[in-house]
Ligand binder design. Structure first.
Ligand SMILES: CC(C)(COP(=O)(O)OP(=O)(O)OC[C@H]1O[C@@H](n2cnc3c(N)ncnc32)[C@H](O)[C@@H]1OP(=O)(O)O)[C@@H](O)C(=O)NCCC(=O)NCCS
Length: 321
């Protein structure tokens, strides 16, 4: 960073921020061409930054060098109690020509965030190594991964000893039991997620409605005629976590998968993930997106093995201790 001035973000900075976000998207797409090209256009990138700025409670900072805005950072709180007294820098909440300058930008923006009590901080960072490193040297660590892969060119073959099929109404009981598996696993060490675990009754009631919902493709895996796991595919539009600059064109979403503990590590997770990949190819999607907690020792290993490549890192810092 040269002789820049850092000051609070203002509405008049939006156009310049849109330009910087478009530049960032151009760099990001060199590594991940599946990410959407349209946000390389500063006019569309401006829509994304404007949405971040107009989020209730948004604030941030810009870096001005020789009269030009060369970096910005924008954060806003989320209302869900699961995130604590929080501020989120979302997918369009930052771009800087010099990645190191994000540290100065944070220095100014976080003064207000912490003064306002926003001490649980979350930042969605594109996988630019220098930018991730700069955040690392602001006390942030990895919490969550966003990833994408193309659909398979040829259908992936079935796994010996396993049957994967579409779920039916008479699977509702086991689907509900499997719904609890993910939050139960993630509530424990080493994930310690604050996500709520539904009751079995709640999960059963949800499935009574959801089983006929054609927007979701639900699969179950059977071994020796017994269901041991499930997975769900849908359109990426169903997931608020993967919009705008993070939403590949025409993408499916691997929304959920779970295998009962006693049946893990035997290939059922792969077979269920591949069922969603095959389904996505069949219905005409060109890629599939998924995400996982990086502290989840199971999904953080399984999904990269299925060919998913990380595009964004969600980093986290808790201030005060
Ligand atoms: C994630 C989950 C669905 C995977 O199912 P699984 O049946 O255990 O996975 P698989 O046996 O098919 O293994 C999938 C891949 O991960 C790899 N893998 C699994 N455990 C591993 C480990 N400890 N170290 C390294 N690789 C591992 C496997 O080798 C396999 O890759 P390969 O087929 O190329 O060899 C399952 O573990 C689960 O239900 N976890 C709890 C809920 C959850 O996290 N759901 C995912 C939500 S994002």
């Amino acid at each position: 960073m040269g002789e820049g001035v850092i000051r609070p973000f203002e509405t008049a900075d939006l156009v310049a921020a849109g330009r910087l976000l478009a530049e960032r998207q151009r760099r990001h797409r060199v590594r991940h061409p599946l990410l959407p090209a349209e946000y390389e256009d500063p006019v569309l990138a401006l829509v994304e930054v404007t949405a971040a700025w107009e989020t209730e409670g948004a604030s941030g900072a810009v870096l001005v060098e020789d009269g030009e805005v060369t970096g910005y950072l924008l954060g806003a709180p989320k209302s869900s109690p699961a995130w604590g007294d929080n501020v989120w820098v979302e997918r369009a909440g930052q771009a800087a020509r010099d990645p190191e300058s994000i540290r100065e930008l944070y220095g100014v923006a976080a003064t207000k965030w912490v003064a306002d009590g926003k001490t649980a901080q979350y930042v969605v960072v594109p996988d630019e190594a220098e930018l991730v490193d700069a955040w690392f040297r602001l006390g942030f660590g990895a919490q969550h991964a966003h990833a994408v892969r193309p659909v398979p060119v040829e259908p992936l073959p079935p796994r010996p000893g396993l049957t994967v099929r579409r779920a039916r109404r008479d699977d509702i009981q086991v689907l509900a039991e499997l719904d609890l598996v993910l939050p139960q696993y993630q509530g424990a060490s080493p994930v310690f997620s604050a996500g709520e675990v539904p009751t079995l009754e709640e999960a059963l009631a949800d499935w009574e409605q959801a089983i006929d919902d054609r927007d979701y493709a639900t699969f179950v895996a059977e071994r020796n005629g017994v269901v041991i796991g499930s997975s769900i595919g849908c359109s990426i539009e169903k997931s608020s976590a993967h919009g705008g600059v993070a939403q590949p064109d025409n993408a499916g979403f691997l929304a959920f998968a779970a295998v009962f503990p006693q049946a893990r590590g035997l290939g059922a997770g792969r077979a269920l993930g591949e069922a969603v990949l095959n389904w996505a190819a069949e219905v005409g999607y060109t890629s599939v997106v998924t995400d996982w907690r990086v502290t989840n020792l199971l999904s953080s290993r399984a999904w990269p093995r299925l060919g998913f490549v990380q595009t964004f890192h969600r980093l986290h810092r808790l201030i005060g201790y």
